[in-house]
Design a protein around this ligand. Sequence first.
Ligand code: SAM
Length: 232
Amino acid sequence: MRIDLVTLFPAIFDGYLTQSLLDKAIERQLVSIHRHDLRDWVAEVPHRKVDDRPFGGGPGMLIQVEPTVRCIRDVDQLADPARKILLTPQGQRLDQRMAENLATSERLMLLCGRYEGFDQRVLDIVQPEEISVGDFVLNGGEVAAMIIIDAVVRLLPGVLGDENSSLDDSFSRGNRLLEFPQYTRPRSFEGHDVPDVLLSGDHAAIAAWRSDMSRKRTLERRRDLIDDNENN
Ligand code: SAM
């Protein structure tokens, strides 16, 4: 997969892209991530100003249409056409199903807003998919883009050690419920013991226990997931 980031703050991604799973996935060429500084598409070199006041008044600044559209078109030309995603609190809310769907794409272009966001004509002309990471407002799309990258890259074949290890994760295509509780050594700590069944070596019994616990936990915490499963 190839991911292109369009941002006013490319350096925000420095630490994130050089750590842990992401770093390894990039090194193993399972994903390539390319950052593009929107200011490079601004004509007036001394100021490199991309924002301006909204027509009609009101607080804050908007990212201008002209450099943004030119940037998106130029970046798109760098490889096969990208699936364009604009990060906005007004978009469809990200969930695991969406992440799984995004993970099947060859190329994503993530458009990170700042200030009050983009001039509406960016959306009208480019017609990107609009994705929100939740019902709250961030300062910019960069953290939202990192959330998408994080959720998507771990689903790419070869990124996690075990191909099936994401199947049982909460919300995932294994059963769309919350994951069961898990334990590691020691067997007993301050009077809290690991459930006997997990030490039994009986794989069928362990699978049945995990399935029961997953359903129980989901019923207690996220009944809506069970209702969704029954309707899908
Ligand atoms: N004025 C915009 C509104 O009310 O819809 C919010 C602008 S926000 C301060 C600046 C940028 O942060 C947005 O353009 C978007 O790229 C990003 N952003 C903020 N909240 C987000 C969210 N929940 N999901 C995705 N992106 C978000």
